[in-house]
Design a protein around this ligand. Structure first.
Ligand code: ADP
Ligand code: ZN
Ligand code: ZN
Length: 715
């Protein structure tokens, strides 16, 4: 007797291939099994989706090719995992196989059974996991929970919906994650917890705290990481450990939302507002949104069918989701306002310290051309003199964003992009931050030969240089000179350098840290008492409707790095240099009033039918010419009339992207809006076939690729 498994394999997203391919097998294969199947002349890894014993109607049994082999020793990927993948593929408009294969570690693709068995043996031989019995609450590593923490945990234990932990910076959210993890793991010996963070390298502290708390009790293999910085073998081993249930905690970035976790009981999403949870390539999924969906799936999986009348499952068998932030996304905030999420507040800081006081510097009243206003500089000098640390934020790396000739019109444009190349003084290069094109700085203007070419604007490199000069005469309490350091993508590229820099800061070896937004994220700095943002105005007037939300979060998070030690916090300050001190955003910031800010933003969004009140998608196109990109988009829009859902969907004309050309590729997009998520989904699903056809429109010649972005972050 033969079986006819349908298998999800990595097919090109828009290749027009079916969602799964059909094969033949002489024995039944459990759905979720990993198999190798032939496709053309290649052999691919795939996941069995269904395994009927009659061939599907559209398959000629004589032509069906047999499955080449099954990966042995692995439990099939369970039904909840498959449902998650299926949902993500449908919702984000990608092929099932692409999402399924993208969710698996790449090293699995070229593993034969012998290699796999060796890996599984190594896993089994690894340190035997403890059972957590030595996890004694109140042990040396575990602080007494604060009252707010205890209340948050109690609320979580009772919650029947996603929990939004709205905790001030320094309120001790990490301790809540640790204890919630502890509770979930204690519930049963197979329980697993997924902890997601925006960028793992930025938060080595968090990983250390989890290891510290759990490894002695559960064994060294109990916690694994999953992120793109790992080598393929490392990722494979971590994935296998999670899939086999040996890893009890998975700490990872957005990709970890797809980890196979048969015993999943809790998902934590730290800094849930962070844009890096949204993937910007391939399937453009939101890991935060999928986490919420996954928690529901995992819980449904254990709910007994109503008709049997069995009692609801014990609390331990549910999967909870905990989203944490001091500046939640407006989507999550709105969900909590509506009662779909349960909001739990922790307004106080650990130790009773206060949040930093906002000092706005009106740049209209400062000396012309001053990078740092004199009062800010004086405040920094005073702090350093007392042995305290300062953090200066400038969201632009390099020395200057553009070089320009004083005699003619020459500017350091990138020849391949519609953007300027950034001047990096350290190696005297002009570098394009979009395509990477790099050249030595010319000695004279390439157009007119003028020797006087000058930087315009400032980046972190220049800020660092100027701070060193401005603080040259200042002395630390022990009489030694001031030490200024810089932390941005340029100084942290080498492996381990970020950790080294953070260590130096924690050890007090740095007095002033200059950096991009990466210094504002989640760090628990103990001796910083002054944070300054020197140039954030651009975001106040950006056309992107999410810009204010992001700026507010950035400034509030940055402020949150100051005064985390209650002994200093009384005097801690957040300085913001601005030309628009009357802006409402600063008003809310001064009061640390996220709820007020969110209410105002949500009112604006509602009036404009923007998310979360309206629903959006983008169709993006890359092409050799801007005309071709737009012709494809507009052609696809013209052919969309009458499609299911189209009556509730608005299609806007195609427009070039902000940075219209990158690496000689022209980019355009088309916005799709609807007041109904189901209508938008129905429309997008039906539109796929139209998009495939529009590729071959004569005026779209030169189209390179297109992609649909559902719930885009920038429009
Ligand atoms: P958040 O993530 O909310 O900004 P953290 O989790 O980093 O805050 O906690 C801030 C600081 O307070 C950390 O140094 C942490 O070790 C400490 N802390 C947290 N909870 C407690 C507690 N219950 N008792 C003592 N210290 C705590
Ligand atoms: Zn010139
Ligand atoms: Zn470029």
């Amino acid at each position: 007797m033969s079986f006819w498994p349908t298998v999800a394999v990595a097919t090109p997203a828009h290749g027009g291939l079916a969602q799964t391919l059909s094969y033949r097998s002489e024995s039944p294969l459990a759905p979720g099994s990993l198999v190798r199947v032939p496709l053309g002349s290649r052999e691919l890894l795939g996941v069995v989706w269904t395994c009927p014993d009659t061939p599907p109607d559209d398959l000629d049994p004589a032509l069906a090719r047999p499955v080449s082999g099954v990966l042995l020793g692995l439990d099939p990927l369970n039904e909840r995992w498959r449902q998650l993948v299926q949902f993500a593929a449908r919702y984000y408009q990608r092929s099932l196989g692409e999402v399924a294969m993208g969710a698996l570690p790449p090293a699995l693709r070229d593993l034969d059974n012998t290699q796999l068995q060796r890996r599984l043996q190594r896993l089994a031989k690894g340190q035997t996991a403890g059972n957590g019995s030595s996890l004694a609450p109140g042990s040396a590593h575990t602080p007494q929970a604060s009252e707010e923490q205890a209340q948050a945990l109690a609320a979580l234990a009772q919650a029947d919906r996603p929990v939004l932990l709205f905790g001030a910076t320094g309120s001790g959210k990490t301790e809540v994650y640790l204890r919630a993890t502890e509770q979930a793991l204690a519930a049963d010996p197979g329980a697993q917890v997924l902890v997601m963070v925006p960028e793992i390298n930025l938060t080595p502290q968090l990983e250390a705290r989890f290891r510290d708390r759990f490894e002695s009790a559960f064994g060294a293999g109990a916690l694994v990481c999953l992120h793109s910085g790992m080598t393929p073998p490392q990722r494979l081993q971590a994935w296998l450990a999670a899939h086999a249930g040996r890893a009890r905690i998975v700490l990872g970035t957005r990709m970890a939302v797809f980890a196979s976790l048969p015993g999943l009981r809790l998902i934590v999403v730290d800094e849930e507002h962070d844009p890096s949870y949204k993937s910007q390539e391939g399937a453009r999924y939101s890991a935060r949104d999928l986490a919420v969906y996954r928690a529901r799936l995992e819980s449904e999986g254990v709910v007994a069918p109503a008709e049997t009348g069995s009692p609801s499952p014990p609390a331990a068998a549910r999967c909870q989701v905990l989203l944490g932030s001091a500046t939640p996304s407006l989507e999550s905030w709105h969900a909590a306002e509506q009662g779909r999420y349960l909001r739990v507040d922790m307004p106080g800081r650990i130790g009773g310290g206060s949040l930093p006081r906002l000092r706005l510097v009106d740049m209209n009243h400062q000396p012309k051309g001053a990078l740092l206003a004199p009062p800010l500089l004086a405040a920094m000098q005073e702090r350093i003199g007392r042995g305290e640390q300062c953090l200066v934020l400038l969201n632009r790396r390099g020395y200057a964003p553009v070089l320009s000739c004083g005699a003619c019109d020459w500017k350091s444009s990138c020849p391949h992009c519609s953007a300027y190349r950034v001047f990096h003084k350290i190696d005297r290069t002009l570098r394009c931050h979009h395509c990477g094109f790099t050249q030595r700085v010319p000695r004279a203007c390439p157009d007119c030969g003028n020797l006087d070419i000058a930087p315009i604007g400032r980046g972190t490199e220049q800020l660092e240089e100027q701070l060193v000069a401005l603080l040259a005469d200042v002395r630390r309490p022990d009489g030694s000179p001031v030490r200024v350091a810089r932390m941005d993508a340029d100084t942290t590229r080498a492996k381990g350098s970020l950790e080294a820099q953070l260590d130096a800061l924690h050890a007090g070896e740095v007095d002033v840290l200059v950096g991009t937004q990466m210094v504002a994220k989640g760090h628990d700095f103990r001796r910083i008492t002054l944070v300054a943002s020197v140039n954030a105005d651009a975001a106040l007037f950006a056309s992107d409707h999410r810009a204010p939300e992001r700026l507010f979060a950035l400034l509030m998070q940055a402020a949150g790095r100051a005064g985390r030690d209650a002994r200093h916090s009384g005097a801690s300050e957040m300085w913001v240099q601005t030309w628009h001190p009357q802006h409402l955003l600063f008003n809310a910031l001064a009061r640390h009033d996220y709820p007020g800010f969110a209410a105002a933003q949500l009112a604006d969004r509602e009036a404009a039918a923007m998310p979360p009140f309206g629903f959006q998608a983008l169709l993006r196109a890359d092409a050799r010419t801007q005309q071709a990109a737009q012709a494809f988009l507009n052609g696809a829009a013209a052919a969309a009339q009458g499609l299911p859902g189209s009556e509730r969907v608005t299609l806007y004309p195609a427009v070039p992207l902000n940075i219209q050309r990158v690496a000689n590729v022209e980019r355009a997009q088309l916005l799709i809006e609807s007041d109904s998520r189901p209508a938008l989904q129905r429309f997008l699903a039906a539109w796929q076939a139209v998009l495939l056809e529009a590729r071959s429109l004569p005026e779209a010649r030169g189209l390179i690729r297109f992609a649909v972005d559902v719930d885009p972050l920038t429009v």
